[in-house]
Design a protein around this ligand. Structure first.
Ligand code: IMP
Ligand code: MG
Length: 218
């Protein structure tokens, strides 16, 4: 039986001093992430045992999750990446483009599709539509975070790390305007950080004057 994904507790955890000016709170700590990934890997190992497993990880947001997950999978597996990026302002999803195509042949194989967060579901729906014609034996989806309140597509992931409320979160691979991916925890930024970044982008006086939009990498 699958363990149901935990909902992070509302009890706030101390924000590391280095990040206190930007990060309002830690939603999921490094320890909680590590523990949950170990649990998920047990379920995945059981389900994929004896199969020709291909892990497909969506760049860039899965960079930490994928690395930590596969090191716990003691199965023979192949690893590949697909690049997906949405172009939108600030925290809104924009148009989805593929920035890297799959290289491995997945025909007849069991695919584990890994993403950082399932939000509206548009990303996973589009990626699944691209993978199905390649005729894998089956595709299971795995996300670290699930923000069910924002769902637009009728899609659920097979493996979910944590169910979270409708906050825009950063860290552990997830970005805001390409920053904060390196935080070892999942956190929420202060509102002024989001506002400031959006204002810079709109006025064109940020670091990247040539661009009018933030590129929110996946
Ligand atoms: P969806 O297509 O709306 O399901 O969004 C999925 C993608 O949007 C994720 O892979 C993330 O890259 C991005 N995203 C959605 N919510 C968040 C968030 O709270 N923080 C950072 N990125 C997010
Ligand atoms: Mg992503």
């Amino acid at each position: 039986m699958k363990s149901s994904p935990p909902v992070p507790s509302v009890r706030s955890q101390p924000v590391p001093a280095r990040w206190r000016r930007e990060v309002e709170r830690v939603l999921i700590s490094e320890k909680q992430i590590a523990r949950r990934i170990r649990e998920m890997s047990v379920e995945i190992e059981r389900d994929f045992d004896g199969r020709e497993m291909v892990v497909i990880s969506l760049l860039n947001g899965t960079v930490m999750f994928q690395a930590d997950l596969i090191r716990h999978l003691s199965l023979p597996l192949r690893l590949d990446f697909m690049g997906v990026s949405s172009y939108g302002l600030g925290t809104d999803s924009g148009e989805l483009i593929f920035t890297k195509e799959l290289r491995l042949d997945v025909r007849g194989r069991d695919v584990l599709l890994v993403d950082d967060i399932l939000d509206t579901g548009r990303t996973l729906a589009k990626v699944l539509a691209r993978l199905r014609p390649l005729k894998p034996r089956r595709i299971k989806t795995c996300v670290l975070l699930d923000k069910a309140a924002r769902r637009v597509e009728s899609i659920e992931a097979d493996y979910v790390g944590f169910r979270i409320p409708d906050f825009f979160v950063v860290g552990y691979g997830l970005d805001f305007a390409e920053k904060y991916r390196n935080l070892p925890f999942v956190g929420v930024l202060y509102p002024h950080v989001y506002k400031l970044a959006c204002k810079r982008v709109v006025n064109g006086n940020g670091n990247n004057k040539a661009r009018h939009k933030t590129t929110r990498g996946k």
